[in-house]
Every structure is written in C-alpha cells, then in structure tokens.
Ligand binder design. Structure first.
Ligand SMILES: Cc1cc2nc3c(=O)[nH]c(=O)nc-3n(C[C@H](O)[C@H](O)[C@H](O)COP(=O)(O)OP(=O)(O)OC[C@H]3O[C@@H](n4cnc5c(N)ncnc54)[C@H](O)[C@@H]3O)c2cc1C
Ligand code: SF4
Ligand code: SF4
Length: 428
C-alpha cells in the first residue's frame, strides 16, 4: 500500500456507506484532505444491497454511482478498504488513530477478468446477498463494487485454491505475500459513519427464522427482488424454489419490544410498504400481500405512499402483533397465529412466504468502540460536546432513511471542516 499522508488538518471518515461517502465528499469538495476508511472490500454500505429506494422507487445504483464518480474525480479523497480503527487518542484538532488494514491479496493490476474465481473451488456464503447465495473464494464483492478489484478470501490463503488463483491470473495481480498492516494516522477531526445492521432474527424465537425456511427478513427480500440478486429478481421460496405470490409482512420484528430492541427502527414500515410494490410488480393481480402491524409509522411524503398502498385491493392490513409462526409440513407454508385486534378474531393464516420487517441496530456493539464516546440506551451515538471533534453521521447516530442519513452526514462534515479550519488558523 502506498504511503498514507495525514496531518492534523486531515478529516478521517470511518464507514463507507452512503453517510460516510457523503461526509467524505462534502469535505473533500470543500478542499479538505479526507481519508475514508471502510471495513469491507468495497464501499457503498447497505444502500448498495437495496433493490429500490422509497419514495420514488428508483434504483439505488444511480445515487451510489454519482457518488462514486465524484469520489474517483477528487484528488483530496483517499479511500482505504478492509480497514478498521483499533484505537483513537488525543483531542479535537489532534487525534492519533491506529488503523488495521487487512490484506486483499490482489493489487492494482487487477482487470476484473474473473479468471481467478473460475480457477478456485472453495465457496462461501455471499455476504452481499445475506447468505442467500454462495460466492467463490476469489470474488468481486458485487457488480457495482468500488474499487472494481477482486479479493481473495483469507480462508483460502495457504490452500491449493490460493495457488490456483495465482496461476490463473495473467496480470500478476495476485500477491499472496500481502500481510495485515497497522498504520498510525494523525488527523484533526473524525466523522464516524459505521451505520447499522439488521437485528438477529433468530433471536425472535416465536417467529422461527432459524427453523422455518420460508421465513426471511426484509433485507433478504431486497436481494430476492433484485435482478442482480441470487434468484435473478424472481421472488422464490427458499424451501422449494416455488414462486411466492401470497406474502405476509410482519412489522416491528425485533423493534419496540423490551426483549429485543426498545426503539422504533423508523424505516421498516416504509420498507414493507415499498416491498408490496415488488410483489405487485412481479406478479400483477396474482400478488397478494398481508401486512401485520401494530401501527404504521410512515413519515413525511411517505404518508402519501402509505395511502396509495392502502388503496390497493391486493394489500391487506391486519392490526395484530403476530404471536407465533408454525410450519405446515405438507406445503412448507408458514402459518401465522394471533388475534386481529380490530375484530378480536383469532387467526391461523397460511402464506407462501413471510418477511420479517427486521429492526435496525448500530453496527458497532456498545463496548466495541475504539474511543470514549457517549452512547444512548439504544446503542446509537449521542451528540455530546465531550466527544470533542468526533461527529456521528447517519445510522451510527439513529435509525434513519437515506435522506436523513445524508443530511446528518453533511452536518458532520461541516462540523469537521470547522475544526480543521480552526487548526489551520492557529497554525497559519
Ligand atoms: C429493509 C430495509 C429497506 C430500506 N429501504 C430504504 C429505502 O428504500 N430508502 C431509504 O431512504 N432508506 C432505506 N433503508 C434505510 C437505509 O438502508 C439507511 O438509511 C442507510 O443504509 C444508511 O446509510 P449509512 O451509511 O448510515 O449506514 P450503512 O449503509 O450501514 O453503511 C455503513 C458503512 O460502514 C461500514 N462499517 C461498519 N463498521 C465499520 C467499522 N468498524 N470500520 C469501518 N467501516 C465500518 C459498513 O461496512 C458500511 O459500508 C432501508 C432499510 C431497511 C432495513
Ligand atoms: S486478480 Fe487477476 S485473475 Fe483475478 S480478476 Fe483480477 S486480473 Fe483477473
Ligand atoms: S418503523 Fe414501523 S415496523 Fe419499524 S419499528 Fe417502527 S412501527 Fe415497527
């Protein structure tokens, strides 16, 4: 890796999702030196894993693509992937940051020809598709990945597969000698944008995510609907590959529950409303959706979105917290059990597929931050003057949609710029 230049006038952005990319670009386009660290082999975060965006239902790729073009064009911005911060010390205007960078085993010569992937035999769960598909031990994280460069999975290093990959590469791009690196950076301000992760659905035991094949999560459903996803965009049941036309969504799965996440994840109502469109888009009038909800929390312009979905005769809203899901062994259908609180009818409703509108929690566990930071009851970072020049952006600060995440990232960038400007003023 080429030398990383950083000074106390550099802004460090941690996390390369839409929030981190936005904060990094805003600061770099104001002429500041910025380093953007991402722990995965490519940037884009969870937005890159969505099929479509609410409220306009456009493809997220276009928004991500515009940002990537701006990143490539900006000499003030350095992106470092497979990098994690292990320690931060110091104070506003002068932080010392230790960064661990994992080896990619593939250098800049890579042309994306894919020959290494063909040569390798080992397969692993594909993280980009939430484990719904497999990928090779040599792989491109996804079609839009930036950098557009293959990666060798560290689990094949030292095996025959690693040698086969190297032998297959006609460009001398595979370097099996690469080692983990630790670098020290001096920076003036930090924007922390490590985002969110889906709540572990297996912990909601009555819903049987870990036992019933046709119970999936909303993030997995995004991948099923995506033409670049594991089923080529067909909504098929994991158990038998049959088309799933009668689909139930269960709201607040893991959120607003003292046994799981206390907070409302704020996005999942809108995400399910959006996903009803996927079903109707794929199956037309044959697509039937039932949304089991406590109350629908649709915000801003999305209220209109909600009204439109409500007017759809193929979408049923059932006001009820589902008590449990069992499986009809003969058909593989999940059966939802509970009481409809609007008529107090007991139900046992079979569906082809159940989608859990899973809660969002911070991606970094509360005890895993490499610095002193104020964390609230839900595990999100609280704005606090005691945190000096470490500013949280996007879903590391709250469960937010993209619009709000981007606003919070711009605010974070602005605060960071103010700090490094002060440093420049004192030193100049
Ligand atoms: C089912 C579902 C559907 C959704 N659909 C929509 C929609 O249609 N429209 C909309 O506006 N919003 C939608 N959202 C919300 C949207 O996903 C978020 O607003 C968005 O992902 C926030 O971006 P972020 O950059 O803050 O976080 P993330 O997307 O989580 O990005 C964080 C990045 O930080 C990296 N990272 C994590 N930890 C570290 C670390 N320690 N060091 C370095 N890097 C790290 C991650 O790898 C990731 O790249 C949806 C959410 C769900 C659950
Ligand atoms: S590492 Fe080599 S073989 Fe693999 S995609 Fe890149 S250029 Fe092709
Ligand atoms: S946004 Fe909707 S589904 Fe998600 S936790 Fe809040 S009320 Fe429940």
């Amino acid at each position: 890796m080429s030398e990383i230049v950083a000074t106390n006038q550099t802004i460090l952005v941690v996390g390369g999702g839409i929030s981190g990319m936005t904060a990094a670009l805003e600061a770099a386009e104001c002429g500041k030196q910025v380093i953007l660290l991402e722990k995965n082999p490519s940037i884009g975060g969870r937005v890159a894993q969505l099929y479509r965006y609410f409220p306009k239902l456009c493809h997220p790729t276009c928004g991500v693509e515009i940002n990537l073009r701006r990143i490539k064009a900006n000499p003030n911005l350095r992106v470092i992937t497979q990098a994690e911060v292990t320690r931060v010390s110091g104070e506003a205007g002068n932080y010392q940051v230790k960064v661990r960078i994992a080896p990619r085993y593939v250098n800049e010569n890579c042309t994306n020809c894919g020959a290494c992937a063909e040569a390798v035999e080992a397969e692993f769960d594909d993280e980009f598709n939430y484990g719904l598909a497999k990928r090779k031990g040599a792989y491109l994280p996804h079609a839009m990945a930036f950098p557009q460069r293959y990666v060798l999975d560290s689990r094949i290093i030292g095996t025959d597969d690693a040698d086969k990959a190297r032998a297959a590469c006609a460009y001398g791009a595979i370097d099996l000698e690469q080692q983990e690196e630790e670098v020290d950076l001096n920076v003036g301000a930090i924007v922390w944008a490590t985002g969110w992760k889906p709540y572990d659905a297996a912990r909601i035991q009555p819903y049987g995510y870990d036992r019933i094949a046709n119970v999936i999560t909303s993030v997995e459903f995004e991948r099923l609907a995506d033409p670049h996803g594991p089923t080529g965009g067909r909504i098929l049941r994991p158990s038998d590959g049959k088309e799933a036309k009668n689909i139930a969504f269960i709201q607040c799965a893991g959120s607003r529950d003292r046994n799981h996440l206390l907070h409302c994840s704020r996005i999942c109502c809108m995400a399910s409303l959006k996903q009803t469109h996927y079903v109707r888009e794929k199956y037309g009038d044959d697509g039937q959706v039932s949304i089991y909800y406590i109350d629908i929390r649709a915000i801003d312009r999305i209220d209109d979105f909600h009204r439109r979905v409500k007017a759809d005769p193929n979408v049923r809203f059932i006001k009820s917290k589902v008590a449990s899901i069992t499986e009809d062994k003969a058909t593989g259908n999940p059966v939802l059990n509970g009481v409809d609180t609007e008529g107090y009818h007991r139900y046992a409703n079979p569906h082809d597929l159940v989608v859990l509108a899973i809660g969002m929690e911070p991606s970094v566990p509360r005890d895993a931050y490499p610095m002193e930071i104020n964390i609230n009851e839900e595990g999100f970072i609280e704005a606090d003057p005691e945190s000096g020049a470490i500013f949280a952006a996007g879903c590391s600060a709250d469960a937010l949609d993209v619009n709000r995440a981007v606003q919070s990232a711009t605010a974070g960038a602005l605060r960071a710029i103010q700090v490094v400007n002060r440093v420049a003023g004192t030193e100049g």
